[in-house]
Design a protein around this ligand. Structure first.
Ligand SMILES: Cc1ncc(COP(=O)(O)O)c(C=O)c1O
Length: 416
């Protein structure tokens, strides 16, 4: 079946005894078992079942099954946020002294996690430019433990050559970890392009309505955990086979870090998933139209949208994402002051630190998500001072364009 259908009916679906069509919300912290032996068996992994929602929950399990199905992975673990997903993968794969090779200009929270928080535990991150795949190979060392990219860099709007970087990871014998938040499984299954682990912030397009924070980790099953430099994971291989990484994650790292989703949030993510395919199609169409319109406006200095033929990444978008450039774009208005004036003049689009909502959202990244980095670091990450990021929503395209047109007119009149 197509992704659009599998987002609604997953392969493991079985009828609920009541006939309920929506996944029930198991709003419970723990699970009673009739005998002490039974609970002991579940704890030891000798019997299936649930013990405590920090480790597993039936509503969350339904979300995990559907995500694993859409990514065609061996399984998934859902988390409390996208950052919790990235943190869990990093903690699972790294020890003090290890290194990460990551794409420059990924989400600011991820840069902060790698460069600041993990650095306190002896981890070094080397950043490479996805415009130059060879920089990834050059940054790899014997201490590298994973390579990390986003399918479309947020907010740099650059697109990695996934198969090219996957080959670098394979040669280094380490997993290729891909944050697929901006594309979702509807534009690309990252595993088909060489990803070993796929990460999502489900808070964004998957939820789709800005109503909950969540994340997800999928093991595509491509990485041979029996061979990698991951002794801890290898030990789980004897019990869990191809599920070694996810079993190790769930039963140790995820359990210990405590970043589980609330069951209600897993339900909201499942609801979002069911309409993800048609929503992504409209997000992409609206973003493409707005990018074209902005490109023709005299107050706009530059537009970056990977789905435009002018983008240096358009060939990769065609090859990897079926020619669809996603729902995000950035553009420049010449100065921070101009960007602020424009944002203040918008009426429909909201000034919000989020993406992937039904509503059109804008933000000035340099003064918000990247405010804690100095000007040089921001420039190096490709965060221009005049940049406005837009997460294009599902309003009628004409209304989005009209809001931008009115705001540009108002902003630049005020300036004059
Ligand atoms: C590409 C990307 N990855 C990860 C995250 C972090 O996700 P969350 O906010 O759900 O923790 C974000 C958040 O903006 C993001 O844009």
């Amino acid at each position: 079946m197509n992704e659009q259908t599998r987002a609604i009916h997953d392969a493991w679906e079985h009828p609920d005894a009541t006939g309920a069509t929506a996944t029930p919300i198991y709003q419970t912290a723990a699970y009673a078992h009739t005998t002490a032996q039974e609970l002991a068996d579940v704890f030891a992994g000798r019997a299936p079942g649930y013990t405590y929602t920090r480790v597993g929950n039936p509503t969350t399990a339904a979300l995990e099954r559907r995500m694993a199905d859409l990514e065609e992975g061996v399984g998934a673990v859902a988390t409390a946020s996208g950052m919790a997903a990235i943190t869990a993968v990093a903690v699972a794969l790294l020890r003090a002294g290890d290194e990460i090779v990551a794409a420059k200009g990924v989400f600011g929270g991820t840069v902060s996690l790698f460069e600041k928080t993990l650095a306190r535990f002896g981890i070094t991150t080397h950043f490479a430019d996805v415009a130059h795949t060879e920089e990834f190979a050059a940054a790899v060392s014997p201490s590298t433990r994973f390579i990390f990219v986003e399918t479309i860099g947020n907010p740099r709007m650059d697109v990695p050559d996934l198969t090219g970087i996957a080959a670098v990871a394979q040669a280094a014998g380490v997993p290729f970890v891909v944050d697929s938040t901006a594309t979702t499984p509807m534009l690309a299954r990252a595993g088909a392009h060489g990803a070993d682990i796929v990460i999502h912030s489900t808070s964004k397009f998957i939820n789709g309505h800005g109503t909950a924070i969540g994340g997800c980790i999928v093991d595509t099953g491509h990485f041979d955990w029996a061979r990698g430099p991951f002794e801890d994971v290898r030990q789980w291989g004897e019990r869990a086979g191809p599920m070694a990484f996810l079993a190790y994650l769930r039963n140790l790292i995820y359990r210990d870090l405590g970043g589980c989703p609330a069951p209600m949030n897993s339900f909201l993510m499942l609801q979002g998933l069911e309409t993800l395919a048609p929503r992504m199609a409209i997000h992409c169409d609206n973003a493409a139209r707005l990018a074209e319109w902005l490109g023709g406006h005299k107050a706009v200095q530059w537009v970056s949208y990977p789905g435009r033929a002018e983008s240096p990444f358009y060939e990769r978008v065609k090859a990897q994402y079926g020619g669809r450039g996603g729902g995000l774009l950035t553009f420049g208005l010449g100065s921070r002051q101009n960007a602020f004036r424009f944002i203040d003049a918008l009426r429909l689009a909201k000034n919000v630190a989020n993406i992937g909502d039904v509503r059109t959202l804008v933000i000035h990244p340099a003064s918000t998500i990247f405010h804690e980095f100095n000007a040089d670091a921001r420039a190096d990450m490709g965060i221009a001072e005049d940049m406005v990021r837009v997460s294009v929503g599902l309003e009628h395209t004409d209304d989005i364009v009209m809001d931008f047109q009115d705001a540009l007119e108002k902003a630049f009149e005020v300036q004059r």
